[in-house]
Design a protein around this ligand. Structure first.
Ligand code: ZN
Length: 292
């Protein structure tokens, strides 16, 4: 998880990307040695991109823009101030980073494959929006399409994203990973949503996703889609679904002892509005599942 004592680098990245793809100065993210900057840079989510073109002069009392130039004497960078003459530029201020939605989309897609296995569908920009369709993964046992979107607080973009989601070929479930607010978007049926900083984190030098949080976001929507498809899925289907999820998360006990209790507890998390079946019924379905 995010190392203790520093801000959340993913939340910082979301703030930057909410304003669009851009080149930012190191100063804007606390300098090149700020823990967040190091974490994002090592995970490849921001990349060094030369130096910024202009800065605000900090060598005189006048607030003026100054063009950054190479300094032939020192080999470093400087700017010319009418008052103070040549001012050596602090690398921390003028170093630039590139931030882009496509780079993040690639990292999240890789992390999803790392966690949920093979990705179906190739990542692509979602029609005329600034969102990306990351791919389709098997989450729980649901074939789930995952989309990364930003700027959904603006109703025009939210409307475009919704229309594009509705045009996608149908899967069991969908997940919209959001950057910034979701206010404007009414997700289509079967689509769950989760903010990026709730499902992704940086560990070591990689962006990773939290399988459990994603699983729990998608599960209730999957249940709805099963309902929609052919009426009530029935206990057998739901127990199978829970066992598959436990299995994928490596939480299935080696021996069968206590498994019915685990399944019933999991049931109340996924289907909070529904009483789990009796332990004996659950045990019967477990036996069927084990014998598959
Ligand atoms: Zn000046």
């Amino acid at each position: 998880m995010t190392p203790k004592g520093i801000g959340n680098p993913i939340a910082l990245l979301c703030d930057l990307l909410a304003e669009g793809d851009q080149r930012i100065s190191a100063e804007a993210i606390g300098g090149r040695n700020a823990p967040e900057a190091i974490a994002l840079s090592e995970a490849g989510l921001i990349v060094p991109d030369g130096v910024i073109d202009t800065t605000i002069c900090n060598a005189c009392d006048e607030v003026h823009l100054a063009e950054i130039d190479t300094d032939p004497d020192s080999g470093g960078y400087s700017w010319l101030c009418p008052d103070a003459g040549f001012v050596a530029a602090d690398c921390d201020i003028i170093a630039a980073y590139a931030v882009s939605m496509q780079r993040l989309a690639t990292a999240v897609s890789d992390a999803l494959s790392e966690t949920f296995g093979r990705c179906r569908w190739r990542m692509r920009r979602l029609d005329d929006t600034s969102a990306w369709m990351l791919g389709v993964w098997s989450i729980g046992s649901a074939s789930t399409i995952v989309v990364l979107a930003r700027g959904l607080a603006a109703s025009a973009e939210a409307q475009r994203v919704r229309q594009a989601l509705l045009r996608l070929p149908r899967n069991d479930a969908g997940l919209v990973i959001t950057i910034g607010g979701l206010e404007g978007l009414e997700p289509p049926p079967r689509f769950a949503s989760a903010p990026l900083d709730a499902i992704a984190f940086i560990e070591g030098s990689a962006l990773l996703v939290d399988a459990q949080v994603i699983d729990r976001s998608v599960a209730p929507h999957l249940f709805e889609s099963l309902h929609a498809r052919g009426g009530r899925p029935g206990y057998a289907m739901q127990v199978k679904e829970i066992l598959t999820r436990l299995d994928q998360r490596g939480e299935l006990p080696k021996s069968g002892t206590g498994l019915a209790g685990i399944v019933r507890r999991e049931w109340t998390k996924i289907y909070p509005n529904e009483e789990p079946p009796a332990p004996s019924t659950v045990r019967n379905h477990i036996a069927v599942w084990r014998a598959r």
